[in-house]
Structures are given as structure tokens and as C-alpha cells.
Design a protein around this ligand. Structure first.
Ligand code: CA
Length: 441
């Protein structure tokens, strides 16, 4: 375990020391924020209820003797891409220095009120942004339970296609509609058919769904024509975010054959505000998923004795507009664990680059819907309500087969285990707004 995850560490930022904070000193996740009085975007690190402003920290000289000029320059930029490209050694030296500066027994920054004023801003006061320019986004389908459940609804005789256990199935997603937590999602329009054999219609999507996913952010990546071997994947994995892959099931059903999802997935994808680094997640790494006796053996390029999953607990809650107005608690609809996935991040990265396909800093890879064995661990309404056959009841007594306008979906994720400090991700939220005709340009 690296020293920055030592459970005995405390910070002089008191709000970082509570037992239920997502952002203790052992976490130190990265995000991009702007202050209420300006549009300038700054890289920040969450600590308790505060954000450490990286550019201000650099300007005050606190990283001078501890981090490279490249790292100081990258931390002063208005997106995380350059920093992501620096690689693991640089990430580690910044993390160690920031951890040291925030420790309760370190007076350097703590005892300088002017520097403290310049370097910290409260999370409640800022606007968060997608932390990097995302060049490419790939969405996988890595949960055996999700793939089996969905497959059995759409193809009862043939739920799991023959390739599924041989390679991590994915599709190239749409980066332009990825938004940060809190951004409303307009109900899209789409082409659907009511039942097989009927004429297609165009109108508001009726079967709007969420998908509970975890995404990883690529670090340095690889030039075109080069490959990332699975043993080296860890050097290219910067950190994780929570994701809601909003999905239009009626569109998906009509369009997905022969080339997979298209308009059913391209109208909005929501990310949580912070990237929790692999260094912070180290205490929660678990061995890569075991294969059943009947499962095919992985080809060599997908095999790594030290491969790992992450013991990351996940929940999805829904509240209607009426519930929020009444101040009532949201209804818990799904709970899952990222460790339940069949394919790992390393396998996805190795498989994706085996053709020589380049990855660039800031690309993201999403896991696909995280579903477990239990009914309440199914990570979308399609599975949870079994295509609408078994509606769920919200706290206000109304039923949901799929999402209605005004519904808010909140995804939370955290890691917790005995003898280790709990860390969290911050919420990934979005409210469904009614159809709005997009402006024509
Ligand atoms: Ca998905």
C-alpha cells in the first residue's frame, strides 16, 4: 500500500476527517471547476468540503522542489489532458506532495492564511466541468449478468452471443454529448416501432432508461500502430468516474441490428464530477474475475496473472419532481458492485489497442451496465422492471417502468473495507426534462 492511503492520515482541513466524507486525505480526486465570479476553468483536487486549486498551489511555489516543471505547467492548464499524458511517476510525485501539504502535522500551507485563501475554494460555491477534452469514448458490455438479462429479453433463444466470453464487446460511443453531473437531459426524439411488423414512427422516446456504469480515464495512451500489452495497462489507467449512460430502449430495439447502438445512446451521457485515481483505489483492488469451469480460456493477450477489479459499491436512486418538492428521500432502485464485472479495465485496454488503434490522454472507456446476480443489483430499468413487466414503486406511490419527465437519477459510488479509510466519488446526477425541439442551425 502506498503511504498516501494510510488510514491513520488526518488532514488539517477538518471537513476531510469525517467518517462519511467522500473526500478524505486518502482520496484526493481530480476535477475541473470555475469560480462563481469567472469562466476560467481550473484543475482542482477535492479535500473534504473544499477544493485545492492546483494553479494557485503552483503559483504560490508549493510544488517547486517536488514536482517537475512539466507537471506544474500541466496543473496550471484549463483541462486535465496534459496532466493525464504525463504518466504514473509524475502523478505519484504530485499526489505525494499534495498529501504531505494537507496532513495535519504539516504546517507549511496550513499556517499561511494568505496562501490558504488563494488555494482553497468551497465545493458548494463552484461550477464543475467535464475535466478533460474527451477525444474518444468507448462503451463496453462487460457484465455477464447484464448481457445475459438483456440478451434473454431481446433474443430468448440465444441470450449470449458466441463471441461474448472470448472478447470484451464494445462500441465506439459519442464524446460530444458527455456532460458533467447536474446537467439536465432532454427527452430525445427518435424513430421507433411499437411492435415487430408495424410501421416506424418518429416522436418522443417513450422508454427512457439510465445505465449504471463506471468509466476509466486513459493516461498517456499509445501512438498509432503500437499496442498496450495487458501487463502494462496499469500505467495507462489514471482513474475512475461514475457514469449514467442514458438510453432510449424503444430506439435501441429497432436500430441495434446489425451494427449496434446508435441514436439510442448518443443524446446524453453523464459523468460524476471527480476522477478517483488508481493510486487512491489501490487498497480496494481485488483479483481479476474468476472464470467458471465451462468458460473458455482467455487468449494470451487477455491474460494477466496480476489483473484486478475494484471493490466499488454503487447505488442508483430515483426521485420524481413531486418527491423533491415534498423534500422526501429518493427511492433506491439498484445497488451493484464494480467487482462483479466479467471483463477488466486492463483487458478492455489491451483488446482495444491490439489493432494498433491509438489511445489519447483523456479518452474514456465505460464498463457497460454494472449488474450483479440479485434482482436489486440490476443496473438499469430495462432489467430492473424486466422490460416494464414488473414496475417499481417510488416513494411517492407512483410506478415506473421507465423514466418520466422530471425524474432525477442519482448514482453514488464508494469503496469501504475494514482497516482502510472509506473513499467516495461524489454523486452523478441528472434530471429528465421534457422534449425540447433542438434549434436548427
Ligand atoms: Ca452502456
Amino acid at each position: 500500500m502506498n503511504s498516501t492511503t494510510d488510514p491513520n492520515l488526518k488532514s488539517w482541513i477538518e471537513s476531510a476527517n469525517g467518517s462519511d466524507t467522500d473526500f478524505p486525505i486518502q482520496n484526493l480526486p481530480f476535477g475541473l471547476f470555475s469560480r462563481p465570479d469567472g469562466d476560467t476553468r481550473c484543475i482542482g483536487i477535492a479535500i473534504g468540503e473544499e477544493i485545492l486549486d492546483c494553479q494557485a498551489l503552483v503559483e504560490a511555489g508549493y510544488l517547486d522542489d517536488h514536482c517537475s516543471p512539466e507537471a506544474r505547467c500541466a496543473l496550471s492548464a484549463n483541462s486535465l489532458n496534459d496532466y493525464l499524458g504525463l504518466g504514473r511517476d509524475e502523478w505519484r510525485s504530485v499526489r505525494e506532495r499534495v498529501s504531505a501539504l494537507l496532513r495535519s502535522d504539516m504546517p507549511d500551507l496550513k499556517d499561511k492564511p494568505d496562501d490558504r485563501d488563494a488555494c482553497f475554494v468551497r465545493q458548494s460555491e463552484v461550477r464543475m466541468h467535464v475535466p478533460m477534452a474527451i477525444g474518444d469514448y468507448t462503451d463496453f458490455y462487460a457484465s455477464l449478468h447484464h448481457a445475459t438479462n438483456v440478451g434473454s429479453m431481446f433474443r430468448p433463444d440465444n441470450p449470449l452471443l458466441p463471441n461474448w466470453k472470448h472478447l470484451p464487446v464494445g462500441y465506439h460511443g459519442r464524446a460530444s454529448s458527455i456532460v458533467i453531473s447536474g446537467t439536465p437531459i432532454d427527452r430525445p426524439m427518435g424513430q421507433t416501432i411499437a411492435a415487430d411488423g408495424e410501421d416506424p414512427r418518429f416522436g418522443p422516446v417513450r422508454l427512457l432508461d439510465y445505465e449504471l456504469e463506471v468509466t476509466f480515464v486513459v493516461g498517456p495512451g499509445n501512438p498509432m500502430g503500437h499496442r498496450i500489452d495487458i501487463e502494462n495497462a496499469r500505467d495507462h489507467l489514471f482513474g475512475l468516474m461514475l457514469m449514467n449512460d442514458w438510453s432510449a430502449r424503444d430506439v435501441q430495439k429497432w436500430e441495434y441490428q446489425p451494427l449496434g447502438p446508435f441514436n439510442s445512446k448518443n443524446f446524453g451521457t453523464t459523468l460524476s464530477p471527480w476522477i478517483v485515481t488508481l493510486d487512491a483505489l489501490e487498497p480496494f483492488m481485488v483479483p481479476g474475475p474468476l472464470r467458471g469451469d465451462d468458460d473458455p480460456k482467455n487468449l494470451d493477450y487477455l491474460n494477466w496473472a496480476d489483473d484486478f477489479g475494484i471493490d466499488l459499491q454503487l447505488t442508483v436512486e430515483i426521485s420524481s419532481a413531486a418527491m423533491r418538492e415534498a423534500g422526501s428521500e429518493p427511492t433506491l432502485v439498484s445497488r451493484g458492485n464494480y467487482a462483479d464485472m466479467y471483463w477488466t479495465m486492463s483487458q478492455m485496454l489491451a483488446h482495444h489497442t491490439k489493432t494498433g488503434c491509438p489511445m489519447r490522454p483523456g479518452d474514456i472507456f465505460a464498463s457497460g451496465t454494472v449488474s450483479g446476480v440479485a434482482e436489486d443489483s440490476r443496473g438499469c430499468l430495462l432489467e430492473r422492471t424486466w422490460r416494464g413487466q414488473n414496475p417499481i414503486t417510488l416513494g411517492d406511490g407512483t410506478e415506473r417502468k421507465f423514466l418520466q419527465d422530471g425524474d432525477e437519477v442519482v448514482i453514488n459510488g464508494w469503496c469501504q473495507r475494514d482497516g482502510v479509510q472509506r473513499i467516495g466519488f461524489g454523486s452523478c446526477t441528472g434530471v429528465v426534462h421534457p422534449v425540447k425541439e433542438p434549434a436548427t442551425v
